[in-house]
Design a protein around this ligand. Structure first.
Ligand code: SR1
Ligand code: MG
Length: 406
């Protein structure tokens, strides 16, 4: 019998997704299964397969040979599916509580079959609704410390790290980040998505500022060359599922060996954007707004503090380099990660305001004039933290800068 998993690449349909899950014996042949395509990201198909009687369910994610957000005119490698499943498996070894389990992956079909996380919500959606996730900051801080440390030369055998980094060469997805995060938003580029009313502000504040461009050039160079650790590569709040008790990180198709500060900066940037958007979403509920924005600021500080504390514990517990007990080395390393993190957060804030892929937190603001005001504040904030990142001395200092823009 020919099973689907023996065939060559074709985009799945709900019927073929059901067939694949039966071929893989994840369900019985006579089970009554329902499939829905639930993908709302920029790139892939995502099917939820559920058995009617028991409610048992799985997710089948399949890469398309193009970027869904743009269409077939933007071809995109299917190898990202292999990268994603290998990253999920590696991450599951390190932090199983924060990672979906992969049941099957196939680089030919570009599919990854994994845990269904429908009992959780996407953090971006929850934050827009002003839902507080009590464990989010601690969990993400621990996730970051363990993944970033144990995939780096500080925590992984240094020969093994070189071999591992070879499996995560991800040129096409890195190119997306190089263009959409570090280049296009800083020029009048046709991938940008900018309302005409906002354009003069962008031209003056971002495109004409040579000192900003000089800093972004350095940050881009860091992204291009600093192969410190295996990154998630796209750790925004849409890549995190959570509820009161659990936090799970998904979607590492942008995984590659890059600078430690990058994932932390991505997460912080997305919290900042939600913080700014709440000025509008919660404008009619001032007490709730104050409380929720305070919560968001604690997410930023707690995430960094937990990351720093845990990274320090791991550094002392499992050092892989003879110099790691040298006085000052840990402090210097953390200081550099902190400054990189702030710079990357600034670039990510700016790209989400004027680049190809916006964020719902801000795009959901219906009144265009009000939305543009929020975008202006975000752009100014992003610019300030990029320019001043070397003088921002602590996470509390960063938070203080953020509060100026609310
Ligand atoms: C063409 S992909 C656009 C964006 O979506 C992903 O989530 C990444 O952030 C990428 O830059
Ligand atoms: Mg994604």
């Amino acid at each position: 019998m020919t099973t689907l998993k023996d065939t060559t690449y074709e985009p799945l349909t709900t019927d073929t997704a059901i067939k694949l899950s039966k071929d893989l014996q994840l369900f019985n042949e006579d089970d009554l299964l329902f499939a829905h395509e639930i993908g709302d990201g920029n790139l892939n198909l995502v099917f939820r397969i559920q058995e009617e009687l028991t409610g048992k369910s799985i997710i089948i994610k399949q890469a398309l040979p193009y970027a869904k957000v743009v269409g077939t005119s933007w071809p995109l490698t299917l190898d990202r599916s292999r990268i994603e499943s290998e990253s999920l498996k590696r991450t599951y070894q390190l932090v199983p509580n924060y990672t979906p389990k992969v049941y099957y992956s196939d680089s030919e079909l570009a599919v990854t079959v994994m845990d269904d996380l429908s009992h959780l919500t996407i953090v971006r959606k929850g934050l827009i609704e002003a839902v507080q996730y009590p464990k989010l900051a601690k969990d993400i801080g621990l996730f970051l410390a363990h993944t970033l440390f144990y995939n780096s030369d500080f925590g992984l055998n240094q020969q093994e790290k070189k071999i591992q980094s070879g499996r995560f060469i991800n040129p096409e997805l890195c190119k997306i980040t190089e263009d959409l995060v570090f280049t296009d938003p800083f020029f009048d580029h046709d991938t940008n998505n900018i309302d005409e009313q906002l354009k003069p502000f962008v031209a003056e504040t971002i495109w004409a500022d040579q000192s900003l461009k000089l800093e972004v050039a350095q940050l881009k160079q860091t992204f291009l060359t600093k192969a410190e650790t295996l990154l998630h590569g796209d750790l925004h709040t849409g890549s995190i599922f959570a509820n009161d008790d659990e936090t799970v990180v998904i979607d590492p198709e942008f995984a590659y060996y890059g600078p430690i500060g990058f994932d932390i900066g991505a997460f912080v940037a997305n919290i900042i954007l939600n913080y700014l958007s709440q000025d509008v979403h919660l404008a009619d509920h001032p007490d709730k707004k104050a409380e929720f924005q305070k919560y968001l600021l604690t997410v930023i500080t707690e995430t960094w503090n937990v990351f720093e504390e845990e990274f320090t514990v791991l550094w002392n517990k499992h050092p892989q380099d003879a110099f790691m007990n040298t006085n000052g080395y840990l402090g210097q390393t953390l200081d550099q990660i902190f400054k990189d993190m702030i710079g990357f957060a600034g670039c990510k804030v700016i790209r989400r305001m004027i680049g190809l892929a916006g964020v719902e937190d801000v795009e959901a603001i219906i009144d265009l004039k009000v939305r543009n005001q929020v975008k202006q504040r975000a752009l100014s904030l992003g610019k300030e933290i990029i320019l001043n990142r070397k003088d921002i001395s602590s996470i509390e200092h960063l938070v203080k800068v953020v509060t100026k823009y609310a």
